[in-house]
Design a protein around this ligand. Sequence first.
Ligand SMILES: [Zn+2]
Length: 431
Amino acid sequence: MSQLEVSAMRPAPAPALVPLATLIGRELRGEKVEKPSIKYGQAALAKKGEDYFLIKPDCLRIPGNSSTSFSVFAIFDGHNGISAAIFAKENLLNHVMSAIPQGIDREEWLQALPRALVVGFVKTDIEFQQKGETSGTTATFVIIDGLTVTVASVGDSRCILDTQGGAVSLLTVDHRLEENVEERERVTASGGEVGRLNAYGGAGVGPLRCWPGGLCLSRSIGDMDVGEYIVPIPHVKQVKLPNSGGRLIIASDGIWDALSSEMAAKSCRGLPADLAAKLVVKEALRSRGLKDDTTCLVVDIIPSEHFVVPPTPTKKPNIITSLFGKKVLNSVNKSTNKLSSVGAVEELFEEGSAMLAERLGKDFPWKTNSELFRCAICQVDQPPSEGLSVNSGPFFSPTSKPWEGPFLCTNCRMKKDAMEGKRPSRPSVTT
Ligand SMILES: [Zn+2]
């Protein structure tokens, strides 16, 4: 994150310490950037009725403080029933937020998000599986704070970013066994069988699936009846948009089986978000027909009108500020070469490993002030005798460091081992 954003979020410095001329200068240089506004639209066509979505435009980082607002948008595409999708929609946000330490500033909060998202996804999965239901769901979960966009996803519901100049980028990775070689190798190495449906004893038909269960996805939330190597650990990507903002298109595979990222972005450029969402769904329907649930969220992150173009540019001339959101995108598109270098998307974080230990890191706050240890996943305090560190190896291993790094309770530790193929069975179902 830039200094500009950080300074915008902190309390204004005491006037006595900063000369008025300096403050005015900052204002003119656009340092005191207002939060961009968010406009969104949603459209859907149901075939099976298993798509769910979440729109929460006014969340608060600090309760009661409206200057700490952020927005959440998510899509959950359920399979083998709807209960996992509904459960994730109702619980995932809370589980992510409860994994973020209290009393930290905005910059620290943004840095804590990727790990909190991993924790939230895994916790939601464990809780849902304890209900003993067999359905599963994809989850594509987007958090927008100012110009910083953080996306966590499992499954094949995609989130794309369209920025000024017509550059379309993918913020998610498709966890489909058919298309993801790395995931195929991981699932096979963990004990899963990957192959095509073979109903008549001849050549396999349809996409690659994982057996038992026959799921086409390599990651999901739920899916009790498929091996635990179908993990809920999300791919996480965090980017900072250029000052010109950008448009996110979040949609279930009903859209992406019909349209490429570029086609989806192109089909609705220049239109307001609500109309854009409808048009993307219509375009998908036109090219493929209604074969699957089709859900689309379009979110425009539009720079504030108050944003001031720097009169004396420090680096490059910022000539595209505040153009985004007006119906000029197609004409702007023609001068792509000139603009693309100015309005670049800054990548802040990206990690897709399916190994929990790699995702939690060693500096995770894991010890409470008492003799208790707090589980990094379910956040429950326990005596140290009840669990193990995420990094502890096999018993008697000379390299084992049982107390280093985040601590996991027995149940979450079992889940971790199962996801890595070290245990054949699921964690005990508490009834
Ligand atoms: Zn736990």
